[in-house]
Design a protein around this ligand. Structure first.
Ligand code: NAD
Ligand code: ZN
Length: 344
């Protein structure tokens, strides 16, 4: 089979021919129907500092997937050949303090599928059965593969009430765009998006943003105050990882409002805690991974509802992996929403 493999500890990856793997005990083999690129895959491709300490080449890349089960390993129950599935990337232990409090998303022994194991940028992939999520046939593979990042967006947007709430979303990368779609489908209004890239501001509008702002040219806080009659937004959702966006969002959110932070900052961040969080009595959520498995149920039902406007987010669909280098370079240049490889 063909696979995109990180063959060497250096920039890039290679398209290689390898044997179809065999599922061991507690594993299933899936035929990949669609798989999408995540920012993490780009970090592995670019071989950044994080990747250098975490990834052990040679390894097949990729973790976002929709596929069909073609073989079931020994001891696997409840999954059958022919099942149409996606995969939760966090492989949790089920035994640690967090897991035993049903906080699987912060398992202290989390391994990441496609980061600590071979992944799904391949025609077939072995998957731990405990991480398999069954899809209804009504969700097409190019949507089903997006459920893992959609889960991040759902946990960020739906950490508190959202219907009828005014929202500021900072960062309209793939995750922020999914966040806009979830906020709109959930009845938020107005949805204000701050994003420096014109390409992504246009995407944000297509997904349903009511207002888009360029934080490098406009005064985000003043604009938000104008739009919200001077009150500030009810909800601030941070999807950029930019320290400046965090500060602006905290200034733009209304006293007593809600904040969800998903973006990862490049290092320590300095903010005026007293005036921007404590005296404003904000509720601040750190968001990581997905709640197992509540978030997957929510994501699946949102997709089935037909109310998630995610077509504009899938900016590139490739048939097969042949053009993987072009795909990664486009993503590096920020000229993409989600990129999906179709293998059907
Ligand atoms: P991305 O880098 O593609 O998107 C970030 C966007 O923020 C870009 O479009 C960029 O132009 C924009 N931006 C930069 N500076 C800005 C500013 N000052 N104000 C507003 N926007 C600004 O990343 P992504 O794949 O969409 O992921 C979003 C963030 O979520 C990243 O920081 C990523 O590391 C993080 N992440 C966190 C988790 C988690 O579990 N917490 C999971 C996945 C990704
Ligand atoms: Zn655990």
């Amino acid at each position: 089979m063909v696979a995109i493999m990180k063959t060497k500890p250096a920039y890039g990856a290679e398209l290689v021919e390898v044997d179809i793997p065999k599922p061991g005990a507690g594993e299933v083999l899936i035929k990949v129907l669609a798989t999408s690129i995540c920012g993490t895959d780009l970090h592995i491709y670019e071989w950044n500092e994080w990747a250098q300490t975490r990834i052990k080449p040679p390894q097949i890349m990729g973790h976002e997937v929709a596929g069909e089960v073609v073989e079931v390993g020994p001891g696997v129950e409840g999954i059958e050949v022919g099942d149409y599935v996606s995969v939760e990337t966090h492989i949790v232990c089920g035994k640690c303090y967090a897991c035993r409090h049903n906080r699987y998303h912060v398992c202290q022994n989390t391994k990441i599928f496609g980061v600590d194991t071979n992944g799904v940028f391949a025609e077939y992939a072995v998957v731990p059965a405990q991480n398999v999520w069954k899809n209804p046939k009504s969700i097409p593979p190019e949507y089903a593969t997006l459920q893992e990042p959609l889960g991040n967006a759902v946990d960020t947007v739906l950490a508190g009430p959202i219907a009828g709430k005014s929202v500021l979303i900072t960062g309209a990368g793939p995750l922020g765009l999914l966040g806009i779609a979830v906020a709109k489908a959930s009845g938020a209004y107005p949805v204000i998006v701050s994003e420096p890239s014109e390409f992504r501001r246009e995407l944000a509008k297509k997904v349903g943003a009511d207002y888009v702002l360029n934080p490098f040219e406009e005064d985000v806080v003043r604009e938000v105050m104008n739009i919200t009659d001077g009150n500030g937004v009810d909800v601030f959702l941070e999807f950029s990882g930019a320290p400046k966006a965090l500060e602006q969002g905290l200034q733009a959110v209304t006293p007593g409002g809600r904040v969800s932070l998903l973006g990862l900052f490049p290092g320590n961040v300095s903010i005026d805690f007293n005036n921007l969080i404590i005296f404003k009595a904000l509720t601040v959520y750190g968001i990581t991974g997905r709640h197992l498995w509540e978030t997957w149920y929510t994501v699946s039902k949102l997709l089935q509802s037909g109310r998630l406007n995610i077509d504009p987010i899938i900016t590139h669909k490739y048939k097969g992996f042949d053009k993987y280098e072009e795909a990664f370079e486009l993503m590096r240049a920020g000229k993409t929403g989600k990129i999906v490889f179709m293998l059907k």
